[in-house]
Design a protein around this ligand. Structure first.
Ligand code: BG6
Length: 489
């Protein structure tokens, strides 16, 4: 997508977990793209760190391979890649023993450049690293720390983790990533709502019947056995990505794009979510786990076989959520997410209320309610479904069509990955697309009662065949209310 590239001030980007999966698949390729698009000023540096002993040359070779494997061939520019590799160095450091932190300090020197410490490591190490950075006096006023989810596994642990990091960094320096906020189409949701006069007057319970948010994946466990089996879909996807999407759909217009203006509004939505307790959970939530089936044209194992041991962890969740405030009272938000579903699709469907009266008579056929479908991935775009007269003779017959705005058809070029936007926002010090502490905790405060309700009622995950749309209870959840899931192709 064509965009104006504004160079950022020189910075030192320190990746803890520099040889890990996130660095390899996302961070190094994202940084390469920003180099290729000339967004760096001199003398920007990228420093990898992890426990392994490695030379600069070895880490550069790792970075080169990561970029060659994860950047599209047509985007590989040898000159820019060499320049990028020239910025890279490596320091071995152990967060637990503190060994190597002196060397990191030496490497950073006493420069006043922006410092971004990116913690691409297990959350158990967040506090240790942040504390060692403080002990070794590496935290300057221009330093920031970046942390990835999971930020806790419930409200108490999130609180404790936030307290730990908060001892060493102040809130304005803490960047909690939810990579969904970096996706172009997610940001576009704000543009759609607040840069158009058309939708906002209708964006409330008087005109909207319900909202659906689907984040469906076809992948299974991948290589994340230990993490995923302890987390499950509720913690892995709903607590963060899905609730963030819900906030962007439901929030009031912030006064500006200023970080706190946006985050204040999101927080109000999270706090207005109606708690789902033990009595409501069986009616308002569905837990599922995939069984053997088919995906991408081939047979796939069930979750338990993939895992290699018995487990009741959910790989699918559907929830009927409600927001108890003036704008949304009585408008259900149906949320669903799962692994090994029929197709990979993330979308938000806003279904408007039906027309109050039809003037067309029975022969015209059914009149479907207007729907606005915001497709986050793949095939990013927005579709507005409306009714028209079926062209040609034969009387007044009506038909539903979509006004279709596909991003790929409307814009040239590649859509940048979420991490490209987010790492540059870290450098710019712009926290609008990052979660504030109170937001993360408010999200957990809503998730915890659901988790407790499931645990105390031994609400078992219902099996669904891999390659389908989840357990039949998910269909019943919405159909009970006389509605249906939007058919995502
Ligand atoms: C991550 C989850 O946050 O998001 C994964 O931990 C999930 O389980 C992933 O697969 C989905 O992200 P995306 O960008 O591929 O939709």
């Amino acid at each position: 997508m064509t965009s104006q590239i504004i160079p950022v001030d020189p910075f030192d980007f320190i990746i803890f977990g520099g040889t890990g999966d996130l660095a390899e698949r996302k961070l190094l390729p994202a940084l390469y793209y920003r180099q290729r698009d000339h967004q760096f000023s001199e003398p920007t540096r990228i420093i990898g760190t992890s426990r392994s002993k490695m030379s600069d040359a070895e880490f550069r070779a790792f970075a080169k391979k990561a970029i060659q494997e994860h950047v599209a061939k047509e985007d590989l520019d040898t000159k820019e890649l060499d320049k990028f590799l020239g910025r890279i160095s490596y320091i071995a450091a152990d967060a637990l023993s503190g060994e190597g932190f002196d060397n990191l300090k030496k490497e950073l020197g006493d420069s006043e450049r922006i410092r971004a410490f990116y913690l691409a490591v297990a959350p158990a190490l967040f506090g240790e690293i942040s504390h060692k950075l403080k002990e070794h006096k590496m935290i300057t006023p221009k330093s920031r720390i970046v942390v990835e989810k999971p930020i806790g596994r419930d409200l108490d642990s999130a609180h404790a983790l936030n307290d730990l990091i908060g001892k060493d960094f102040h809130e304005g320096q803490i960047f909690r990533i939810d990579h969904y906020l970096g996706k172009e189409t997610v940001q576009n949701l704000m543009a759609l709502r607040f840069a158009n006069a058309l939708y906002e007057p209708l964006w409330n319970s008087a005109h909207i019947d319900h909202v659906q948010i689907t984040v469906a994946e076809t992948v299974g466990l991948e290589d994340r056995v230990t993490y995923y089996d302890k987390a499950g879909a509720l913690r892995d996807m709903v607590q963060n990505h899905i609730l963030q999407l819900l906030c962007l759909v439901a929030m009031e217009a912030p006064a500006s794009m200023d970080a706190d203006a946006v985050r204040d509004e999101k927080l109000k939505v999270l706090r207005a979510l109606k708690r789902i307790n033990g009595n409501d959970a069986p009616k308002q939530t569905v837990r599922g786990q995939y069984r053997a089936g088919a995906s991408a044209g081939g047979p796939v194992k069930g979750y338990v076989e993939e895992l290699g041991k018995e487990s009741d962890t959910e790989t699918f969740v559907a929830i009927k959520a409600e927001i108890a405030n003036w704008r949304w009272a009585g408008v259900p938000f149906y949320l669903r997410t799962g692994k090994r579903l029929a197709s990979r699709v993330s979308e938000i469907v806003i279904e408007f209320k039906p027309i109050p009266h039809s003037i067309f008579g029975e022969n015209a056929g059914p009149i479907f309610a207007n729907q606005l479908v915001i497709r986050l991935q793949p095939g990013e775009g927005v579709k507005q479904y409306i009714m028209i007269k079926d062209p040609g003779p034969g009387g007044m017959r009506l038909r539903q069509i979509s006004l279709d705005m596909s991003f790929a058809a409307s814009f040239d070029g590649r859509a940048p990955d979420a991490y490209e936007r987010l790492v540059m926002d870290v450098i710019r010090g712009n926290q609008t697309l990052f979660m504030r502490r109170d937001e993360v905790e408010a999200a957990w405060a809503w998730i915890d009662p659901i988790q407790h309700a499931w645990e105390s009622a031994r609400h078992e995950a219902q099996g669904y065949t891999a390659g389908t749309w989840g357990p039949s209870a998910s269909i019943a959840l919405i159909e009970r209310d006389g509605r249906t899931w939007h058919e995502s192709a």
